[in-house]
Each structure stands twice: as C-alpha cells, then as structure tokens.
Design a protein. Structure first.
Length: 457
C-alpha cells in the first residue's frame, strides 16, 4: 500500500528536508522530529509541515501513527536509543534510511550523481542550474540551499535527476546512476570505514554501479579502482589538459573568473562563472562535463554559468568592499580548508585573512589534527572554536587545542562560542572568513551586522 503520511526523524538535515519537501509536494501528510529548531525547520513549518523538537512519542501526530499507511524515514545521525525511532521499529512501521529512499526515487529516472569527498554540493547545484537553463530541466536533491532557487529541492517534468552521492554511512551505494562525477577520495569518515583503503573500496563499488553504457567523469589523479564494466570513462581537472578542463583562466574585477572550457569534441570560449573562487572554476568543469552527457546548448550553458549565484555557505560572500570582506564557507575537512583559504588568497592578493573555524566531530579532529593545523596556518590570523560534536560523544583528550597548538599563525585565539561575538566586535578585520559544518552558520547574520556597523558607524 502506498503511504499517505511520511514522518521524518532528523527532518532538519539538509537531505532529509529535501525529502520532506518532495513528499509534501506529492500531496502526502508530512511531519517530523528534529533536535533543534533552525532556519530550515522554520521554513518547513511555514510550508505546512508539522515539526517538534522533543524526543517524545506523545508528540507524534495521530496521522503518523498508523503502520499501514505511514512511511518512516530516518537519518543515520539519529542515536540508536532514540525513543521515537524505537517506537516505530517495534510497532510494525516501514522504517527506512534516507539514502534508500533517495535510491528508490532515483530508480527509473536518468540519474546524474555527484560523488567525492569535496565539492559535491556546489557541483550538483550548478549542474541542476545548467540543466534548468540550458537543457530540458531536471529534478534535484541538493546538499545545500541553492541561492538561485532558494531551496534544496528542484522539481521538473524532465526525467533527469541530479543527486548528491554521499559517502557517509555508505549512502551512495543505494544509487545506480546513468552518469557520475567523482571529485576526490581524500581520507574522511574514518569512523565509518576504519581506513582510507576501505573508503576507496566503497567508491570503487559505487562507480561499478553506473549503468552499462553510462559515463564516469573522474578528477584526474583520483585514487580509485576503475570499473571494468561497459561504461565511458573521462577525466577532468582545473587546468591540466585532459578530457574536460579550463584554460585562459582570468581573475575579473568582481573576484569572479573568466575561462575557456575544453570538452572532448569542442571548446566553449569566454565563459564566466557568477561566483568567486578558483576552486569553483574546477567545480564548473565537473558540472559542465556531466551536463555534456545529456546535451546542452552552448550559449545557454554560458548564460547558466554567468547567472549562477551559488549555494548558501559555499564561498558565500556577505560583504565585499576594498576595506572589509566577509565570506562564509562550509569547509570542514583539511583539504577543503586549504582550497578555500588558497582561493580567497588568490582573489584578494596582499590582504590579511582572518579565519574563524569550528571543528566538526571529535573523530575527524582526532584523525586529522595535524592536517587541520597545516591548512589553518595558511591564514594570517585564526580564531578557533570548540569542537561541534554533532552525533558524537566526547573523546578523552580530543579538544580544539590539539589543532591550536600546532597552528603556525602569528596571531591565534582559542575561544568559546559565547565569546565569539564580543571578540569580533573588539577587533578590526580586512578579510574575515567563517568556516565549518557545525552550527557556526548561526553566527553569520550577527557577524554581518557587527561588520556592517564597523563600515557604517
């Protein structure tokens, strides 16, 4: 029997909220639980979705208490002892992980998947925008909020589906795409995989699931065992000649870049991307490569690149003046931090960069402390917050200090979240960037207000 109600445990997550919107749009009754209220959960509530913030079976709506017609979706970030989750598990409900649901929705669609340890959200969001502007459209489940569409869900009559293929919890193994990009296989989620070798084995399994006759586009030099199945395999890079790459990359006055795009069968000259950062030129190469597999109009492709306004919390510029610049970014892995700071350095040569970073997860901090310190040392000044635990319990001896002690910046401060706004208020900045995947996003608006006051006292 098809459900007429859907209940999501962890509804405020970026992937879960897209599913909530999808089922609401399909005409079903949708409700859910999340641990904390956020701007995203408040948006869902205004869209008519019932949400509560206490793990309490009594708060589950009556519409969601019939096992015969209610689908329960949960995120693996929900703890095993969660009382609502256990109520549904023990009461005969159909209880399914988020990743499996996405796999079921993608089944029967022409699926374009974006995988890799970096860049998934920007590439998939740009790809969805390109297909919307320059091809037959698409539906898309995005890992961030598209600034062009102010949503993490796009719906279309087109058979094209854009999906992020998330390696966390091996979620991407639920997808069997027609075409896929793999951006990187740098070590991450070692709490799940145990070793980088095991993680890369999972990526190998994922690419082996590309449908026969389909296409794999992989970042040149990425360590992964390529499938021996009947698929087309191409490489891409920022500017190193291969199947897909950019040349003649020029920094423009607005900190964005112009470039020429090289495809296997053509060159599209004089492209310009609407968002800053050289890392985003590389992301554009990957996105346009996937778009090429379904066919796009060249001039409309150029228009799509130029009109792309980005993703919230991905190289997200709040203030940009010669006196003061403020950028927020989701970077939470050492390689992402390195790419973000390096990109900003190349855009604003000679200016002083202050980074505010909130580490995400005790295990990631433990596993990559030295690499974090090295990447953060690329900034001129560091303000380092406490670890955001997310789904994890504390680990003995693992605090932000194990990063802080090895950072080489001449100016560095270790501070608690409660101290951050007063520190920002008391200091002068040239370029300020906030970085992290935890709840540092809650500070973006108040920091912007403080900095605007400094500009306009």
């Amino acid at each position: 029997m098809k459900p007429n109600a859907v209940y999501l445990i962890g509804i405020g997550g970026i992937g879960m909220s897209a599913l909530a919107r999808y089922y609401k749009h399909s005409g079903l009754f949708v409700a859910g639980y999340d641990r904390t209220k956020s701007a995203l959960t408040q948006e869902l509530e205004t869209e008519g979705i019932l949400i509560h913030y206490e793990d309490n079976i009594a708060l589950i709506p009556e519409n969601c208490k019939n096992p015969e017609n209610t689908l329960i979706i949960y995120t693996p970030a929900v703890p095993k002892d969660h009382s609502e989750l256990n109520y549904f598990l023990n009461s005969g409900f159909n209880v399914v992980k988020r990743s499996k649901i996405l796999g079921l929705i993608a089944n029967g669609k022409h699926t374009l998947a974006v995988a890799g340890t970096h860049g998934k959200t920007t590439i998939s969001t740009l790809l969805a925008h390109i297909l919307t502007v320059a091809a037959d459209g698409c539906s898309a489940f995005l890992g961030g909020i598209s600034k062009n569409y102010n949503s993490n869900l796009l719906l279309s009559q087109s058979n094209n589906l854009v999906a992020e293929a998330d390696e966390f919890d091996r979620s991407f193994l639920q997808l069997f795409p027609d075409a896929a990009v793999v951006t990187a296989t740098d070590a991450d989620h070692l709490d799940i995989y145990g070793s980088v070798g095991e993680m890369r084995n999972a990526f190998g399994k994922f690419v082996s699931q590309i449908k026969s006759g389909g296409t794999l586009i992989i970042k040149k030099g990425t360590e992964i065992e390529l499938p021996k199945s009947n698929i087309n395999i191409y490489t891409y890079s920022l500017d190193e000649p291969c199947d897909f790459y950019a040349s003649n990359i020029q920094l423009c006055d607005d900190a964005c870049y112009s470039f020429d795009l090289h495809f296997p069968n053509l060159i599209i000259g004089d492209c310009k991307l609407g968002v800053p950062g050289k890392i985003n030129v590389e992301n554009a190469v990957a996105a346009t490569a996937l778009a090429w597999t379904v066919g796009v109009d060249e001039q409309k492709l150029k228009n799509a690149l130029a009109s792309f306004t980005g993703v919230k919390r991905r190289m997200d510029v709040s203030i940009n003046t010669p006196k003061l610049t403020y950028i927020d970014d989701y970077a939470h892995h050492p390689e992402e931090l390195k790419a973000t700071v390096t990109s900003i350095r190349s855009m604003f040569a000679g200016r002083k960069i202050t980074a505010i970073f909130q580490p995400h997860l005790y295990t990631r901090t433990r596993d990559f402390a030295d690499s974090f310190a090295k990447s953060l040392s690329l900034a001129d000044e560091l303000i380092l917050l406490d670890i955001y635990p997310a789904r994890e319990l504390p680990i003995d001896g693992i605090t932000s200090k194990i990063i802080f002690d090895n950072v080489q910046c001449s100016e560095k401060t270790l501070c608690k979240k409660s101290e951050l706004l007063s520190i920002v208020s008391s200091r002068e900045f040239d370029i300020l960037i906030t970085l992290g995947a935890g709840d540092i996003d809650l500070f973006v608006e108040p920091i912007t207000k403080i900095l605007n006051k400094k500009l306009n006292p």
